[in-house]
Design a protein around this ligand. Sequence first.
Ligand code: ZN
Ligand code: ZN
Length: 448
Amino acid sequence: MDAPLEQHFCRNPEEFFSRSIEARLPDTSNELLLKGHMLCAAAELPPLSGADASRWFGDTARLQDELLREGRLVVQPVKPGSNTEAGVLMRVTQGKGRKPPKEEVSLRDIDPIQFQVVVRGNSNPLETLDQKLAYMRLHPGAIYLNQQTSYFVEELDLSKKIAWVIPRDSRKIEYYTECREHSVLVLAGGGVARAAVLPSDELMAANTPVIRSGQATVHWRMYGFRKKSKKDHSIMDQVDLTLPSVEYPTRATWMDLPGVVLQPIAQEGSSVDRGGLHALEHAMMAMAPLCCDIEVSELSCQHTRRDSDPNRYFLLLYEHQKGGTGASEKVYKGWEQLVGQAVRLMEECPCDNGCPNCIVIPGCGDYNHGLDKRVALKIGRALGFGVASKASAISHASSTLSERSEAQKEIAQPEPQKASAPPPAREAKRQCFEHLKTGGQRLCLDLD
Ligand SMILES: [Zn+2]
Ligand SMILES: [Zn+2]
């Protein structure tokens, strides 16, 4: 009972017993999933007509074109005098060394790239893992655990997609391994957008944040690992690795927070992005099953924010699964409720600095480093959520009234004027919030 949601239900049992049964429906709009099933249909009932593809899989004209372009499907010539009402007829191409489509569609995992774990000298694989998990758990030098047995990973053969491991006595291994990874999310254009409906209208009247949802591409890379002592978790060694980046399409929902929320917090010297937004995203992920009827594991966030990441100042959640599972749409609909419940979770948790009952979650790409519950609460309260929001918003509004008008002035001012001649020491601490409510203008802050 140490998950944040379970703790929430312990504190609020009436919410648990008054809930209706959840509907669990698979999302059939995942393009990776659809492509696999279209290939299976074309292989098992050839030829697959355009009309049948639409009837079974919906509007898939773009996917058909993609499969034809990739050479997975070919158009079957129509005999003279045949009925052409069914549209284009397609067949599967069997390339050399290519598996039949049914073997590429797994009921357990949507990722078509799978790695086998094989013990040296054996032929039967211990387990099969998808590409991202394989890089994280089966990189050379990793200690891999399977059925309470420890294995040392000797080699990860990227071409054959096999990880070669050898058993090791776990009592003689003094360390465990922790991978170093980084994700960059590239947001595509289009999608949907709406103005947020926030409790703190007075503060947000002229600065209503926009919630957006749409397609995105994840660029994930694992660039090394750390060896950490089993005794005291100290870092014993740090190893660099060169592994290919993993790129995949997904869907994301995000909020473009206005400067009037972020600026005062940043001016206090707090870490807005790595500390506050990251912690708030963790709390939102923890409460997603309550508000959006999805599993925590369906979502991810920008765990490792670097200065060069374009979206580091967005409050953003994206779908963990390649191609998405429909979670993003639900998060978009329930966004305000989700932020409100996340703030409530942090307020009700008695810890001071964050704990596994509120913002510390398993699977964080940055191992929960740098999370700042205090800053996450400030952001949530500045948006008008939480029991302390009213007083907080008023004091925040009065204390930052002059800053707010300054902020609005800054939005209206072109950046070069502001950046005319900052002293060198201050320039180093300068940060820019882009894509604020200003329609893409830059709002720069001096953090001194
Ligand atoms: Zn994280
Ligand atoms: Zn806590």
